[in-house]
Design a protein around this ligand. Structure first.
Ligand SMILES: [Ca+2]
Ligand SMILES: [Ca+2]
Length: 268
């Protein structure tokens, strides 16, 4: 019933003597002051939505100015990964190496006109600490997963370290890591090039390095031509050695719990 209808009803009650003039006046005031429930919900909810949506859009842009300048420093589009911690150990390997169409002398990689067979070795201060677990075949680009291809290792007594195929490196000031890359040949190998980095400058996760003459650039520099000879690109992967279960889980696309159970069986 509308407010007006209710007032009419009250008026009738007063006229018939069921309500005194005072009671009628009080009831009428109460009626007029009480906003009807249906209409209050009708406008309160849309207003709430407007306020909440407004708040979300207002809060979001507030965050941007604090994170953006960090990434825009050198005009890089990619997110800057944190660097490694000193006195901490990491698994390190190139998960991708790309060579130019010709060798450093500007000649074909292989005389049989096939592509190069990419392989690499990692040196710590000129001492070899790791060699590629597998070689590429007749291609200017090759990838490595950082893990043993043989998943049956999980069912044997091989150690956790036997599953991860990467160099284990401790971060110490002054130490240098060198990645030597070559085309594996039956007779004499063709050197492709080298990439050198201080261990303290390594960054967690993936970092892509592009070769421009004698210098290396983090990320591709579109203003310069890509290398036309030898080593062209090397993508580094750095994993916290304490996070090996997470790494294995991500590479095998398995739930972390399952990998942890598997590793418990392997760990002494
Ligand atoms: Ca060759
Ligand atoms: Ca070949």
């Amino acid at each position: 019933m509308s407010t007006l209808g209710k007032i009419k009803e009250l008026k009738a009650l007063r006229d018939s003597g069921d309500l005194t003039d005072e009671e009628f006046a009080q009831a009428k005031t109460r009626l007029l002051n009480e906003p009807p429930a249906a209409t209050s919900l009708g406008w309160v909810y849309p207003l709430l939505i407007v306020v909440i949506v407004g708040l979300v859009f207002w809060v979001k842009p507030q965050k941007k100015p604090t994170t953006k300048p960090l990434n825009n420093d050198e005009g890089k589009s990619t997110q800057t990964n944190p660097t490694v911690k000193p006195q901490h150990t990491y698994y390190i390997f190139p998960d991708l190496i790309e060579l130019a169409a010709t060798n450093p002398e500007g000649k074909e990689w292989d005389i049989d006109d096939s592509g190069p067979d990419i392989t690499y070795a990692i040196h710590l201060n000129d001492r070899e600490i790791f060699t590629a677990p597998s070689k590429g075949k007749d291609n200017t680009v090759n990838e490595w997963g950082g893990m043993s291809q043989d998943l049956s290792l999980f069912n044997t007594s091989v150690s956790v370290e036997g599953i991860i195929k990467a160099a284990l490196v401790s971060i110490n000031a002054g130490d240098t890591l060198k990645f030597k890359v070559w085309d594996n040949d039956i007779a004499a190998n063709d050197e492709a090039g080298e990439f050198t980095i201080m261990t303290t400058e390594l960054k967690l996760g993936q970092t892509e390095w592009w070769c421009y003459g004698d210098t290396w650039n983090e990320d591709r520099d579109a203003s310069r031509p890509d290398a036309s000879r030898g080593l062209k690109r090397l993508r580094l992967r750095v994993i916290d050695s304490e996070k090996k279960a997470e790494f294995i889980a991500s590479q095998l696309n398995l739930p972390l719990e399952k990998v942890n159970d598997m590793l418990k069986k392997l760990a002494p």
